[in-house]
Design a binder for this molecule. Structure first.
Ligand SMILES: C[C@](O)(CO)[C@H](O)COP(=O)(O)OP(=O)(O)OC[C@H]1O[C@@H](n2ccc(N)nc2=O)[C@H](O)[C@@H]1O
Ligand SMILES: Nc1ncnc2c1ncn2[C@@H]1O[C@H](COP(=O)(O)OP(=O)(O)OP(=O)(O)O)[C@@H](O)[C@H]1O
Length: 279
């Protein structure tokens, strides 16, 4: 069984506060993109894993291995699985590549064995794999709260194109959270983005994008800020860093502008990808 594991961007990311357990309470709007890894889940003689790229550890730290173990332990599954990952989503990118793969494995096992578990239960369970996984299980535009486990699907009445631009250097998620300066950081209002999406107000939508984690990520990888400024200067309607970075996404309805920027960043050696929201 082959499952598309979609990348995401955060259209709004407000870090509300640091919790006592060290994690941060968030308010976010998250959307899945057409960019995806392909994850194949099949019954096998023993649990085994493969991947199209070298250098990705396939051990207990991998979201795919965690997801198989979690499903087997939770539902008393005796069968074994082979999981193959065809990775296209870059890593340390703020695009939830690892999280999407973990969610795809959970959904693959669920479908293969016809478990009939409600999606809300699968999503809640999946937070043990990672903070972004509950959203990836739903795989639809959503308001996401808590540390990522509280997912409410929303409608998007807007149609536009997205260009992803990622510098080589990534941002470690934990480091970005630890460097937030709560005295000075931005607190974007996700309700404005939600309202604009639901009413199809493109101008208000572009004006209300925001991400608390831009401030620390700009310190860790200054090039992210330069890319954002450059894309705004080129005439994109909205530009924001996704998640903890280092991907910057740029929004436009002008296909020629998307093509122009695509070729510019491709030539300069960045990861660059033309995409759209799903759902
Ligand atoms: C920044 C986001 O991408 C927004 O979508 C996610 O919240 C990050 O999700 P993720 O990569 O699945 O995160 P995890 O692998 O669970 O956490 C990585 C590290 O980020 C920090 N972390 C993550 C999520 C959160 N709500 N608060 C945190 O402080 C913690 O130090 C954690 O050890
Ligand atoms: N299946 C996987 N695919 C990619 N990376 C994985 C996977 N499992 C574990 N990892 C590890 O987790 C790290 C973070 O995952 P990834 O880079 O996909 O997330 P991210 O881009 O930081 O997304 P986000 O923070 O938005 O969830 C990687 O650098 C890698 O070491």
């Amino acid at each position: 069984m082959k499952i598309e594991a979609h990348a995401k961007v955060n259209l709004s990311l407000n870090v509300v506060r640091k919790r006592d357990d060290g994690y941060h309470e968030l308010e976010m709007i998250m959307v899945p993109l057409t960019l995806h890894d392909d994850v194949t889940v099949e019954l096998s003689e023993q649990d085994s894993y493969s991947c199209n790229i070298e250098g990705l550890a396939i051990d207990e730290s991998n979201t795919v291995v965690k997801a198989v173990k979690l499903m087997k332990d939770t539902y008393g599954i005796k069968e074994h699985f082979h999981v193959h990952m065809e990775k296209h989503i870059p890593m340390q990118a703020g695009l939830a590549g690892g999280s999407a793969d973990g969610a795809a494995v959970m959904k693959g096992i669920h479908a293969l064995l016809d478990l009939k578990v409600p999606i809300s239960e699968l999503s809640m369970l999946s937070k043990q794999v990672g903070a972004d996984v509950p959203f990836c299980v739903y795989d639809t535009p959503a308001v996401v709260k808590g540390i990522g486990e509280d997912v409410t699907p929303i409608n998007c009445q807007l149609d536009f194109e997205i260009l992803l631009v990622k510098p080589q250097e990534g941002v470690p998620t934990g480091k970005a959270f630890s460097m937030i300066d709560f005295q000075t950081c931005e607190h974007p209002d996700y309700r404005k983005v939600q309202h604009a999406m639901e009413t199809g107000d493109y101008k208000a939508f572009c004006e209300s994008l925001g991400n608390t984690l831009e401030q620390p990520a700009f310190q860790i990888v200054p090039l992210i800020k330069d890319i954002k400024q450059e894309l705004l200067g080129m005439g994109f309607d909205g530009v924001l860093m996704s998640g903890s970075g280092s991907t910057v996404f740029a929004i436009s309805k002008n296909h020629a502008l998307i093509e122009e920027a695509y070729h510019k960043y491709d030539k300069e050696g960045y990861f660059v990808y033309k995409t759209k929201i799903i759902g």
